[in-house]
Design a protein around this ligand. Structure first.
Ligand code: PXP
Length: 251
């Protein structure tokens, strides 16, 4: 089964847009759990544009499923993660001006500092995942740094899927994700994926070998406006796991 991590950042974005106390990302997490969310994911950005420190504390105390805490690899964020002690930390690159995370971590110059941060979090019993591009050398670098999991950045894949018209094109786009997943698994890393997945392509993730978890936010929160969050989560989980939605690619 592919676990679904529901990212509730966008609920906080809506709350903050009017400076109100609603909608609450913490209440949203409870509805997501009712729909079958396996994890709740939130990203505490350095500029606190959506999730706030108090949200993280409340989420940790109230959700029944594991918390996946996304953070930039800064001293401040590692300190907050160390005191929150979520089930998992996903380290992501962060730029102030970006609308959302634009790419995976640059692991080309393996930094001692990043390795130390990973080990410090692991020592607290936290599972450490690195958000990386679907690039084989990053899988190897992630393992060397001490990560236990990688989250493959699917953003570019999702963009390209918008223009793919034939099954051959769709399959070709999936190849790098499949290859990265195979190598990561061979290295002993848990394989996660995330970013940009929506209701028109998430079912393709059924063809990614060894995939254990998908983290999805924007599409689920957007669909929740029409059908409610519980139903939106239920539908996404089915796309990821129900054999009836597995792409039929012949051969
Ligand atoms: N995974 C990571 C590492 C992310 O930064 C994000 C966006 O916050 C997501 C998953 C979810 O992306 P989306 O909102 O496009 O589903």
């Amino acid at each position: 089964m592919i676990r679904l991590g529901v990212n509730i950042d966008h609920v906080a974005t809506l709350r903050n847009a009017r400076g109100e106390s609603y909608p609450s990302p913490v209440q949203a997490a409870a509805f997501a759990e009712l729909g079958g969310a396996d994890n709740i994911t939130c990203h505490l950005r350095e500029d606190r544009r959506h999730i706030r420190d108090a949200d993280v504390e409340l989420l940790k105390r109230t959700i029944q499923v594991p918390l996946n805490f996304e953070i930039a690899a800064t001293d401040e964020m590692v300190r907050i993660a160390s005191s929150t002690k979520p089930h998992a930390v996903t380290l992501v690159p962060e730029k102030r001006q970006e609308l959302t995370t634009e790419g995976g971590l640059d692991l080309s110059q393996s930094s001692k500092k990043l390795g130390d941060q990973i080990h410090a979090l692991r020592d607290l019993g936290i599972v450490v995942s690195l958000f990386v591009e679907p690039d084989v050398k990053d899988m190897i670098a992630a393992k060397k740094l001490g990560a236990q999991a990688i989250e493959i950045h699917s953003g570019h894949y999702c963009r390209a899927m918008q223009d793919a018209r034939t099954t051959a094109e769709q399959l070709a786009l999936l190849k790098p994700l499949q290859e990265a997943a195979r190598v990561a698994h061979d290295q002993g890393l848990q394989v996660h994926v995330g970013h940009g997945l929506n209701y028109s392509q998430a079912h393709w993730m059924q063809l990614v070998p060894h995939l254990e978890e998908a983290n999805i936010g924007h599409a689920i929160v957007a669909r929740a406006i029409y059908v409610g969050l519980t139903q939106a989560v239920r539908e996404m989980k089915a796309l990821l796991n129900d054999p009836q939605f597995r792409p039929s690619v012949g051969g």
